[in-house]
Ligand binder design. Structure first.
Ligand code: UT7
Length: 370
C-alpha cells in the first residue's frame, strides 16, 4: 500500500500504462488532481562571477550585488545546450519520481531559447527514451515554467494523461548583448524539471492558479525577430530569419513585477482562504532580490521562508522556479506536504501565480541523481 501523498489524503492508485497504449488515454477517470512527485535540475559547468564580467562591460560587483543580488551565473559551453540541460533535469525528475521513461505521457518544455524553432521538446523526448510521450515546447519567457505546469495539470485533471514531465530550460547567454551592461549581467543558463502525476482530487498539488498576459507592454522586454530583408527576384524580397538580442526597460519591468506579483498572489490567497502565515515557502521567479524582498514584505514573509539562489545563478528565465524548487527539495528545506506560493513574471508581458503543494516522497530523495 503506497503512503498517502498528502497527510490524511487517500493515496492515488498507481497508473500502469502498457507500452502499446496510446499516450492520450481520453477516458473518464476519477483522478482529478495533479501531484508534484519529482524534481530535477541541471546547470552548465562554467560559472562566471561578477568580477569576471568587469573585463567585458563597465560594471562592478558592488553594483550588480546591491541592485540585483546576483553574484555569478552559469554559461553553457561546448556541448551544453537547452536539449542536454533539459534532458538531464528531466531525467533526474524521472528518477526522483521512480518512473521509467516509458511511463511518461507528456513532456512540456518551457523555453524561449530553443535549440530548434520547430521544437526542442522532441529532442528531449528522444534523449530520455520516453517514446510514448507527446512532447512540445511552450513559450512564455520567465512565466513559461509556471504556465507549462498549469497546462500539464489540466491534461492530468481531465484524464487525458497520467504522467507529465514539465521542464523549464533556457540558454539566454546565446541571446544577450554581451556589450550591454544593463542586461548581460542579469541572465544565466540552466534547466529544472518537475514530474507531475495524476492523483485523486484530495491530493491535488496545484491548489489554485492565475495566468495573465498584456501584449500592449510587449516592448518592455523583447528577444524579437530582426528586420533584415533579402532581395529575391524582381520586386520580391523575403525577411531574413534571426533575432535581435534581449532588450529590456528594466525600471518598467521592475515596477510591473512589484505591482502584479503581490496582486496575483493576494488573489490566490483570497480565492482559497489560505492565510499568508500558512505558506511554507515563497518561490518566485528569480529576477532580482529586491523584487523577492518587496513581495515578501507585502505578505510579511520572513526572509528564511523566501527561496533565493540569485547569488549563484542569476536569472535563468523559465528555469528559475524548478531550479530553485529542486535545490530546496534536495537540501531538505521543502518537505512533503509543504505549501508553496509561486509566481512567474516577465516578457510578454506575462505573469501568473500558483499555490502548490509538494508531494515528492522523501524516501525517493535519497535515490535520486543530482
Ligand atoms: O526575468 C524577467 C523579469 N525581469 C525583471 O524583473 C527585471 C526587473 N528590473 C530590474 O531588476 C532592475 O530594473 C535592473 C536590475 C535591471 C536595473 O536596476 P535599476 O536599479 O532599475 O537600475 P537602472 O536601470 O535605473 O540604472 C541605474 C544606473 C544607470 O546609470 P545612470 O543612467 O543613472 O547614469 C545605468 O546605466 O545604473 C547603470 N547601470 C549599471 N551600472 C553598472 C545599469 N546596469 C549597470 C551595470 N553596472 N551592470
Amino acid at each position: 500500500m503506497p503512503e498517502p501523498l498528502v497527510p490524511g489524503a487517500q493515496p492515488a492508485p498507481a497508473p500502469q500504462p502498457s507500452p502499446d497504449e496510446p499516450s492520450a488515454l481520453l477516458s473518464p477517470t476519477s483522478l482529478q488532481g495533479a501531484a508534484l512527485v519529482g524534481c530535477g535540475s541541471a546547470l552548465p559547468v562554467a560559472s562566471l562571477s561578477n568580477g569576471e564580467l568587469i573585463g567585458l562591460v563597465d560594471t562592478s560587483d558592488e553594483w550588480i550585488r546591491s541592485r540585483t543580488g546576483i553574484g555569478a551565473r552559469r554559461v553553457a559551453g561546448p556541448g551544453e545546450t537547452v536539449t542536454s540541460l533539459a534532458a538531464e533535469a528531466a531525467g533526474a525528475a524521472l528518477a526522483y519520481a521512480g518512473w521509467l521513461p516509458a511511463d511518461v505521457d507528456l513532456i512540456l518544455l518551457a523555453t524561449s531559447s530553443p535549440d530548434d524553432l520547430f521544437g526542442t521538446a522532441p529532442r528531449v523526448q528522444a534523449a530520455l527514451g520516453a517514446n510514448r510521450a507527446v512532447a512540445f515546447d511552450l513559450t512564455a519567457a520567465c512565466s513559461g515554467f509556471l504556465f507549462a505546469l498549469i497546462t500539464a495539470a489540466q491534461y492530468l485533471r481531465s484524464g487525458s494523461f497520467r504522467r507529465a514531465l514539465v521542464i523549464g530550460a533556457d540558454q539566454l547567454s546565446r541571446w544577450v548583448d554581451w556589450e550591454d551592461r544593463r542586461t548581460c549581467v542579469l541572465f544565466g543558463d540552466g534547466a529544472g524539471a518537475v514530474a507531475l502525476q495524476a492523483c485523486e482530487a484530495a491530493a491535488d498539488g496545484v491548489l489554485a492558479f492565475r495566468m495573465h498576459s498584456d501584449g500592449s507592454r510587449n516592448a518592455c522586454l523583447t528577444l524579437a525577430q530582426g528586420e533584415q530583408q533579402r532581395p529575391l527576384v524582381g520586386q520580391y524580397s523575403a525577411q531574413v530569419g534571426g533575432f535581435s538580442p534581449i532588450r529590456m526597460n528594466g525600471q518598467e519591468v521592475y515596477k510591473f513585477a512589484v505591482r502584479e506579483v503581490p496582486a496575483v498572489l493576494a488573489a490566490l490567497l483570497a480565492h482559497t482562504g489560505i492565510a499568508a502565515a500558512d505558506l511554507d515557502w515563497l518561490l518566485l521567479h528569480q529576477a532580482n532580490q529586491r523584487i523577492l524582498d518587496a513581495v515578501a514584505d507585502r505578505f510579511a514573509m520572513p526572509p528564511e521562508r523566501v527561496l533565493s539562489n540569485l547569488a549563484s545563478y542569476g536569472n535563468t528565465s523559465a528555469a528559475t522556479i524548478p531550479l530553485m524548487l529542486d535545490e530546496a527539495v534536495r537540501d531538505g528545506r521543502i518537505q512533503p506536504g509543504h505549501l508553496i506560493a509561486s509566481s512567474g513574471f516577465g516578457a510578454g508581458l506575462s505573469w501568473g501565480g500558483a499555490l502548490l503543494r509538494w508531494q515528492g516522497r522523501p524516501g525517493l530523495r535519497m535515490n535520486a541523481t543530482a
